[in-house]
Ligand binder design. Sequence first.
Ligand code: SAM
Length: 332
Amino acid sequence: MEQLVSQNKQPVTYLRLSVTDKCQLRCFYCAPHSKFIWQPHEKIMRYEEMLRIINIMSNIGVEKIRITGGEPLLKKDIARFMGNVADIPGIKDVSLTTNGLLLGKHLQDLMDAGIKRINVSLDTLNPAIFKSITGVDAFQVVWDNIVKSMEMGFHPVKLNVVAMKDINDNEIIDFATLTMNMPLNIRFIEFMPIGPAAHLMAKHFLAVDEIIDKIKTELGPIVPIKKEFNKHQGPATLYRLENSVGELGFISAMSHHFCETCNRIRLTCDGKLRPCLLNDIEFDLLSPIRMGAGDNDLEAIIRKTALLKSRPATGNMTCIKKCMRPMISIGG
Ligand code: SAM
């Protein structure tokens, strides 16, 4: 097997797979409120098509799959599908990113399918602000489901917090404090210029360095967590507060690029393979599949896509292009 690699020979081992573009929430920075139209059913990959692509990828060294969306828990039989993904030889890690709304109903099935790792997206601990960000009054449901996941033994349970000036920057300390007594990993994510978020960057962007400074000033020193203990950590830089139970992670996609070490590719629910989130290049895998392409042809498209992963030309934010497709239809 020849390992799938990027232009600078970085092994590509991680697929983020979006299984649907549907979501119950309308987060103002992710899903355009009124204009978003779901892809018609026939344009969405079927589970067999997704499994075929993952099989080909696992043969060339992809070993970690994150299921995302849209909202993946809206998809019928998702736990069974995730179990099928986990059963593919070579796949070592299958995880889920969810808005948490339906999580309670799926926890037992996910556990039975062998899934342990769950990320829940939650930008605020304030029910009114939750409603203003997402358009839905459902903070308590999500919070109860997060607590239930921890009680049932899912680990790690990560909370993805997109840090935004004038929206939730006054809650950074509240989120970080949660890790003192709860086994939660709080991951602060920089706001990215994707789809409807592009024009909001100037207003809401908050750099990870500012977040770290705030936490250190108010809560004291943070201790780096060594990489070897966290082989599935992805792009987050990890720390913990002294004597805390949980962890803090910081994802600085904009202020400190991690392109040189990025090991991921993305497959949208309509079968488009993307080398990079912040770039609109994508290659169609679904049409060739439906026109009868063989595994070798599909592998060639996968290799071509991975080779377009490159290091940025400069170290500053301007080298990142805007991405026109909204995050809800790419899969975050
Ligand atoms: N529905 C699932 C969820 O809520 O986690 C999965 C899809 S959602 C698009 C995945 C993640 O992308 C969420 O954590 C969301 O906050 C994040 N996201 C969406 N748009 C973003 C942006 N412009 N910048 C940073 N993160 C973004």
